[in-house]
Design a protein around this ligand. Structure first.
Ligand SMILES: *[C@@H]1O[C@H](CO)[C@@H](O)[C@H](O)[C@H]1NC(C)=O
Ligand SMILES: *[C@@H]1O[C@H](CO)[C@@H](O)[C@H](O)[C@H]1NC(C)=O
Ligand SMILES: *[C@@H]1O[C@H](CO)[C@@H](O)[C@H](O)[C@H]1NC(C)=O
Ligand SMILES: *[C@@H]1O[C@H](CO)[C@@H](O)[C@H](O)[C@H]1NC(C)=O
Length: 489
């Protein structure tokens, strides 16, 4: 139960996560930007998946087991003969779904995926068969990275898979998929009816999913370049009495299939701390948006609480070589962890940032969680300081990336030495990752000393590790507006 929603007396959504899409006309570099996080209370680690060939009879296992919040049965579906290289933040636990899970990441074709919750009306969740079968949200995010060469193709793949195999749900979900040209929001519905809808996002659009939403939708979308959906999308809503084709209201996906509650609105709020509209406005105020600006939005302390398992920002463009795709990834919620530059060409991820054992490896996610909890002792004092350090670290990384790392890698690639190029990119990304870890350790030591000596140490009360008098254990930093100077908070 999310405390804020609890106070408002609302039902907690099944989960959260957020994604930002900025169309290429609105960015400084002229490239699409995608950012966000996954808010699973789980262990998260960064993982590289090399491209792979598969035998013609290969299969993959998809769906959920009897342990899921909506129980199901796993099924096997055909694998394709080749899957792309991709990098993803993997995690171990969500609603009883089988690990490892992913919200997405970026593949070698320049397709970036984020998965974000998007709850459905009760009638739909109640219709969900028990046991249910089909591809689930993480399967879809992974399969899009494995198979799609464009964002549009990613949407088509999701539609085909749901049509053939069904969708296994935890209550409704969405994906935000982007490539160098455009973005797409795809909303997959509970109920076992294979319902889904997708809306294209063009170059002049900022879209925030928090949760994912789609509003007005053409009933004759079959011929449209800008919308896709299951064939039954409109008819099913009509048959259920959820939309009246003879009425005055145009067909609206949120109104037909979204949560039916007076205090929830498609894009103007009710679900969590800020509405999508407010976050979209905050992003539009930054036009032309840079990667650095989007990092500021993703780590915005008004939404980046204790839940995010990481932070990610990707400039979705076409570099000269896919090894030069750059994924900015923070090891836990980016309000408390710096973004580290990971090239898709790196050979591996060090254990401190990869799948780890708590008993044997220092884990970056945990080091930076400690920074978060220390900041919670005196947020207004420590947050600006920590944010300054992280943004300086990121500027240093970005300067190195553009001044010599990419130039040197390109020269090696042009000389035909991919192996040396990958070793150089690996050396750079690992060096920055370890440097960030060093900063994290120094910070926790310094904050620990300062907090105890200056008398602001707070002993945890009961089981509320983060309770700072507001009764909101998950969001000790929220309320601070990063767009306002510190003395006006
Ligand atoms: C957006 O960019 C495209 C070219 O990439 C251009 O044709 C179009 O006019 C732009 N739209 C606006 C509103 O600037
Ligand atoms: C797939 O085919 C290969 C030979 O082509 C065979 O050795 C293998 O057992 C088959 N695997 C499955 C799961 O059918
Ligand atoms: C792999 O599949 C693609 C299309 O699905 C096909 O064009 C290609 O020939 C296949 N390659 C092999 C090695 O089977
Ligand atoms: C967002 O900006 C629009 C246009 O300026 C304004 O009408 C709307 O009220 C704003 N919404 C929020 C939530 O700030």
């Amino acid at each position: 139960m999310l405390p804020l929603l609890g106070l408002l007396g609302l039902a907690a959504p099944a989960t959260a996560s957020y994604a930002f899409y900025v169309g290429k006309n609105l960015t400084e570099s002229g490239h699409v930007l995608l950012g966000g996080t996954g808010e699973e209370v789980s262990s998260h680690w960064l993982q590289l998946f090399p491209a792979q060939d598969h035998p013609s009879n290969a299969t993959i296992t998809v769906g959920v087991t009897q342990d899921a919040s909506y129980p199901g049965k796993l099924i096997t579906i055909p694998q394709v003969n080749h899957t792309w290289r991709y990098m993803s933040m993997e995690y171990s636990d969500f609603e009883g779904f089988p690990a490892p899970l992913t919200n997405g990441g970026l593949n070698e074709k320049g397709v970036a995926v984020r998965d974000v919750w998007a709850s459905n009306r009760d009638e739909l969740t109640e219709m969900t068969p028990n046991p249910q079968t089909g591809v689930q949200y993480s399967d879809l995010a992974r399969i899009v990275m494995e198979r799609a060469s464009t964002a549009r193709e990613g949407v088509e793949i999701i539609g085909d898979l749901i049509k053939k195999h069904g969708f296994a749900t935890y209550g409704g979900n969405s994906h935000l998929i982007a490539d160098k040209v455009e973005g797409w929001v795809v909303w997959e519905f509970a109920g076992g009816e294979k319902l889904w809808a997708a809306e294209q996002l063009g170059p002049d659009v900022v879209r925030v999913s928090y949760p994912g939403y789609i509003e007005e939708f053409p009933v004759d979308f079959a011929g449209s370049r800008d919308y896709m959906g299951s064939e039954n999308l409109v008819d099913f809503a009509v048959a259920q009495g959820w939309w009246d084709p003879d009425g005055d209201e145009p067909f609206n996906v949120f109104k037909a299939y979204g949560v039916q509650c007076d205090s929830y609105h498609a894009r103007t709020g009710g679900f969590k701390y800020m509405s999508q509209a407010a976050l979209e406005n905050a992003t539009l105020a930054m036009v032309p948006v840079t990667e650095k600006d989007l990092m500021k939005r993703v780590r915005d302390p008004r939404i980046c609480d204790d839940q995010p398992g990481y932070g990610q920002v990707i400039r979705v463009y076409e570099p000269e070589d896919p090894d030069l795709y750059l994924i900015w990834n923070a090891a836990t919620g980016s309000v408390a962890a710096p973004f580290v530059p990971w090239y898709l060409g790196v050979e591996d991820v060090p254990p401190e940032f990869g799948q780890h054992r708590y008993l044997t490896t220092v884990f970056a996610g945990r080091v930076f969680k400690r920074v978060l909890y220390y900041m919670c002792s005196a947020p207004k004092r420590f947050l600006p300081l920590v944010t300054d350090m992280y943004t300086s670290f990121e500027e240093e990384s970005a300067a190195a990336a553009t001044t010599w790392v990419e130039t040197a890698a390109k020269m090696l690639l042009e000389a035909g030495d991919r192996d040396a190029a990958r070793k150089m990119l690996t050396f750079f990304s690992h060096t920055r990752a370890y440097k960030s870890l060093e900063i994290g350790k120094t910070l926790t030591d310094a904050l620990d000393g300062y907090i105890k000596l200056s008398g602001v140490w707070q002993t945890p009360k009961g089981d509320l590790i983060n309770e700072m008098g507001s009764n909101e254990r998950m969001n000790c930093l929220t309320g601070i507006n990063p767009d306002k100077p510190a003395d006006q908070q």
